[in-house]
Design a protein around this ligand. Structure first.
Ligand code: ATP
Length: 238
């Protein structure tokens, strides 16, 4: 079976600076793939390259067997891949509801948006309570939930999530991981970038470790030895 998402020998970067060096990644439909790695390893750059936000200078990347290279971000969203960026990028001067509705504009999100909005509200009751509030007034945890809710309004088949737990209180992190587990149980394909390795491993079917712009470990989650993973994670370069 063709993997849902397949990346091979991917190189990408910013202007003259190359960040990704021959990255390989295979994401199976309905599975949760977790990418861990130290700061600056290139995890965010990888997600941004998949979404057409960073130029891929070499290698291949396909979604459903069709190339993503040269694709425009809006088109990639239409094709079913949605990214929830790091840092809870919500529109601060818009209400919670309007932020969510921004996710209903891409074609994929337009049909059945009312049903999806109800589903998002059921998943995140706080968003329903606060639907008239300006998004800029929300707490960090609420803003992360809003960013996730907006992504879900786009009706994704593949959800790329960048460090959803960053800087949040443990109780909120619990909530976010519970929601990710629910989404997984519903069959959504998830690619999760996360520094909270042990939490992410519980959710993962497959794990990649990135260092210095390369995928240096690829393993089914059940086979991962956390001690070995940490040794590779914290090893000195050179
Ligand atoms: P973190 O966990 O800290 O977010 P990361 O693994 O997601 O790290 P990236 O954010 O992808 O890593 O960064 C990889 C490298 O690319 C870093 O050296 C970073 O300085 C560089 N980089 C990221 N964004 C840009 C940019 N817009 N222009 C130039 N260099 C950038």
């Amino acid at each position: 079976m063709t993997p849902l998402l397949e990346v091979s020998g991917l190189r990408a970067g910013y202007g003259q600076i190359n960040v990704l060096w021959d990255v390989d990644l295979t994401v199976e439909e309905g599975k949760t793939t977790v990418i861990v790695g130290p700061n600056g390893a290139g995890k965010t750059t990888l997600l941004r390259t998949l979404m057409g936000l960073v130029y891929a200078s070499a290698g291949s990347m396909t979604l459903h067997g069709q190339t993503l290279k040269g694709g425009k971000t809006w088109d990639i969203v239409e094709r079913g891949m949605v990214m929830i960026p790091e840092g809870r990028m919500v529109f601060p001067d818009m209400s919670v509801l309007d932020n969510l509705m921004m996710g209903a504009y891409p074609r994929a999100g337009r049909a059945d948006w009312e049903t999806r909005l109800e589903r998002v509200f059921a998943m995140f009751p706080r968003l329903k309570e606060r639907r008239g509030q300006m998004a800029g007034l929300m707490s960090g945890g609420e803003a992360q939930m809003l960013a996730m809710g907006r992504g879900l309004m786009e009706n994704p088949q593949v959800l790329l999530i960048d460090e959803p737990s960053l800087g949040l209180a443990p109780v909120i992190v619990d909530e976010i991981f519970t929601i990710l587990a629910d989404l997984k149980a519903q069959g959504l394909t998830i690619v999760l970038v996360e520094q909270n390795t042990s939490r992410a491993l519980h959710l993962a079917d497959h794990v990649y470790l990135m260092r210095s712009g390369k995928t240096i470990l690829s393993q089914p989650a059940a086979e991962v030895d956390l001690g070995h993973l940490h040794d590779l994670y914290f090893a000195r370069d050179g």
